[in-house]
Design a protein around this ligand. Structure first.
Ligand code: FAD
Length: 425
């Protein structure tokens, strides 16, 4: 089958599924064949990119390894330039409704005594009334709802091989399907399979920042409401984050270790055993957290690390979000980079071929990525000292923090002005 034939057959399939969607409206007056794109991963970057590429006239397929959209994870921040992305997508009002108006962040000593109780923005650099903090699932639901009628989603499947020797990318799927696309984008997170297929093993690009962490939920039996409580000992932290007073509470366990937990990736039993061993002697609520971790079904475990790559594309395949430039939760900017990166990639491809488009994406976005990845030395990272002396110094800084956050936010969060959206005619 030629590529043009395949484009047409895909668009028949798509219009059949999407009566009345924007894709159908665009198809009515388009004469040239639509460029086809496969996006691997229906996370934040994948769904946002699908939205914008569809608006620019691409025929979009998203393949997601999980059987359905993945929920779970710690609440995430949308700040600075990324706020403008979600505003232009039309989902800002929905996200404002979902905003968690976190009131207090309380730090505890190893013996459970209070060190300081501050406004969360004093530590994160967020801006009251402007920046958003939402459950990760609320954001991915909003992104998916904005695009699901207009693009094809393939859940429970993934890319097996990519072959760029022809005039497109020949893709074989684990489920057995074979298709050809004009462009493929890996939005499959920091352990990206697309990156591995394209550029080789993860350890070439992985910059380990010295911690391993797990997040999961448990019933909120702690009487916490719209607040975070964090317990620290040298090299260890445990936190409870209550997004409301009824819901489950998010638990977080983090410990310092010189090596990344490579053997534990993909092995939930090993992940639980690592945490249990490391926190065996910890006080406060930690024994209860370890018991809950044994039963939890939504554990997200990872190394605290960044992905830093010299290039984000090769031929007709590019990377976006964590797959290309995960900044780590220490910066609080992973989701914002994924949203801005998706917008910039789509805008760069809109009126260019893939060679010029990928070059423009990187040229216009790299500095924003770098200044945000470089935030790793500030804020979050300083929250997890590894020695008793450094912890005492951190506690002194927290005691002296102003109760009122500065209100202007970190310059890095807004260090890029988005190009205008110019829809396809
Ligand atoms: C369930 C979940 C919970 C998370 N919790 C946290 C957290 O608590 N703290 C934190 O710092 N970060 C967390 N993250 C990562 C965080 O969401 C990202 O840093 C950020 O939102 C950038 O998003 P992204 O779209 O680039 O990557 P992600 O949000 O990681 O999305 C990647 C998507 O690609 C899918 N995928 C992976 N491999 C393949 C494959 N081979 N083929 C097809 N699809 C694939 C994944 O299932 C996922 O849906 C979590 C991610 C997920 C998926």
């Amino acid at each position: 089958m030629t590529r043009t034939e395949q484009t047409e057959s895909q668009s028949v399939h798509r219009t059949g599924r999407q009566t009345g969607g924007q894709a159908g409206r665009q198809a009515a007056f388009r004469t040239a064949p639509r460029r086809t794109v496969l996006i691997s991963g229906a996370g934040v970057a994948g769904s946002a990119l699908a939205f914008w590429l569809n608006r620019y006239g691409f025929a979009v397929t998203v393949v997601e390894k999980a059987p359905a959209l993945r929920a779970g994870g710690y609440p995430i921040d949308v700040r600075g330039t990324a706020l403008e992305v979600v505003r232009r997508m039309g989902i800002l009002p929905r996200l404002r409704e979902a905003h968690i108006d976190l009131r207090r962040l309380t730090f505890l000593e190893g013996d459970g005594r209070e060190v300081a109780s501050v406004h969360p923005h004093s530590v994160t650099g967020g801006v009251e009334g402007r920046d958003l903090e939402v459950r990760r699932g609320d954001l991915s639901d909003a992104l998916y709802a904005a695009v699901r009628d207009d693009v094809e989603f393939l859940f429970g499947d993934s890319v097996d091989t990519l072959d760029q020797r022809g005039h497109g990318v020949d893709v074989t799927f684990r489920g057995g399907d074979r298709r050809t696309y004009d462009v493929v984008v890996g939005a499959d997170g920091s352990h990206s399979r697309t990156r591995e297929l394209l550029f080789g093993p993860e350890d070439r690009f992985h910059r380990y920042l010295g911690y391993r962490f797990a997040v999961f939920t448990l019933p909120n039996t702690f009487g916490l409401s719209l607040e975070t409580v964090m317990w620290n000992a040298p090299g260890k932290a445990a936190a409870l984050y209550a997004v409301g007073d009824q819901d489950d509470v998010h638990a977080f366990l983090n410990y310092a270790h010189p090596e990344p937990p490579s053997d534990a990736f993909g092995d939930p039993r090993a992940q639980r055993a690592l945490m249990a061993g490391e926190f065996a002697d910890a006080g406060w609520e930690v024994p209860g957290l370890l018991a809950a971790l044994r039963e939890a079904e939504d554990v997200f475990f990872d190394a605290v690390s960044q992905i830093r790559m010299p290039r984000w594309s090769s031929g007709r395949v590019a990377l976006v979000g964590d797959a290309a430039y995960a900044p780590s939760f220490l910066t609080g900017q992973g989701t914002s980079l994924a949203l801005v990166g998706a917008y910039m990639l789509a805008a760069s491809l809109a009126d260019r071929d893939h060679i010029a488009g990928f070059a423009a994406y990187e040229h216009r976005t790299r500095e924003f990525v770098t200044v945000n990845q470089d935030l790793v030395g500030e804020g979050g990272a300083a929250l997890f000292p590894t020695t008793a002396r450094a912890l005492e110094q951190r506690n002194d800084r927290l005691r002296n923090l102003s109760a009122v956050p500065s209100g202007s936010g970190r310059p890095a969060h807004s260090a890029l002005t988005l190009p205008e959206f110019t829809p396809v005619p």
